[in-house]
Design a binder for this molecule. Structure first.
Ligand SMILES: [Zn+2]
Length: 300
């Protein structure tokens, strides 16, 4: 049972908007690609845990701290013991040599075994502080069916794409009951979950340099125009209400500039395509709370 759901990482949400509205450097484009690929892999993995019918609690995406060290867990499954999963969505041919993983072109990538042993060790320390004793079973799951790892050693905790289904079938045969104690433990971990600032690895940007206009949610193009009560993309035909478009603009501004105050002028300028400020203001008045004092007038 999914006990803590996975949300799209804020960092990915922000970089998606930036990628559409400014020219990202090659490095930032690569970072965007990696974030997106990683998230897609995690979603594919979530499908598998969601299909389990055995009694268990699944906690997705935990960022925990022990002492002053933080560590991230892709998925933690609570059952007869703790199952710790690190999900990788690499695609293509790789080979294993001397505890290192290389692409076919001899480019070294991070060996996830090191990552997962670090997480396991920190999780064990955290369990000690909570006086919880249980075994931890760690695995690195290579979820992409187009992934091959040549010379994969047998003694590493890898679940390769051809083994994933079998592994989950086996896990599903667990005869086990979740008790109140397990739930209390899960709640405790969730309460310890931290939110990381998404801005640490993002490129710098300013309002002025970002391209204004409405990004079509169907195809990503800046080809949306207003027709009556609807916004219509002339490239792909995607339609939504002007209200939804305005609220999407509010969401984007708050993601990119969390300290910015939402005003009619700001949203009017950001969308570009809504022909009148009065219309923008009416929608903001309907959907948000208007705050006004001597110095400021804005929505929240
Ligand atoms: Zn479109």
């Amino acid at each position: 049972m999914e006990y803590k759901e996975r949300k799209k990482p804020l960092e990915l949400e922000v970089i998606e908007i930036l990628d559409a509205r400014m020219q990202l450097s090659e490095k930032d484009q690569q970072h965007h690609y990696n974030l997106k690929k990683g998230y897609e892999g995690e979603l594919a993995f979530d499908e598998l845990t969601r299909n389990l019918s055995c009694d268990c609690l699944v906690l997705n995406d935990l960022l925990l701290q022990v002492g002053s060290t933080t560590f991230q867990i892709d998925t933690l499954l609570i059952a007869d013991m703790l199952y710790l999963f690190e999900v990788k969505n690499h695609e293509g041919d790789f080979f294993y040599n001397n505890d290192r993983i290389y692409t076919k072109a001899n480019y070294e990538i991070t060996n996830p075994v090191n990552q997962i042993s670090r997480s396991e060790s920190l999780l064990r320390q955290l369990l000690q502080t909570l006086s919880v004793t249980t075994q931890i079973n760690s695995s690195v799951v290579f979820i992409n069916p187009a992934f091959t790892l040549y010379q994969a050693p047998l003694d590493k905790p890898f679940i390769l794409p051809t083994q994933v289904n079998r592994y989950f079938k086996q896990l599903d045969t667990l005869n086990f009951r979740i008790t109140k104690k397990h739930k209390a433990f899960a709640d405790r971990l969730i309460s310890m979950h931290l939110t990381e600032s998404p801005f640490k690895r993002l490129p710098e940007y300013s309002y002025g340099e970002l391209r204004k206009g409405v990004i079509c949610r169907g195809c990503g193009a800046f080809r949306v125009k207003v027709e009556g009560h609807k916004c219509l993309c002339i490239k792909c035909g995607y339609k939504e209400s002007v209200e939804d478009t305005i609220m999407q603009a509010v969401k984007e501004i708050l993601l990119l500039f969390p300290n910015e105050k939402i005003t009619t002028n700001l949203i009017y300028d950001w969308c570009k395509i809504v022909p009148s400020k009065v219309r923008v203001r009416r929608i903001l008045e309907r959907k948000l709370t208007h705050v006004s004092n001597n110095r400021w007038s804005y929505f929240k």
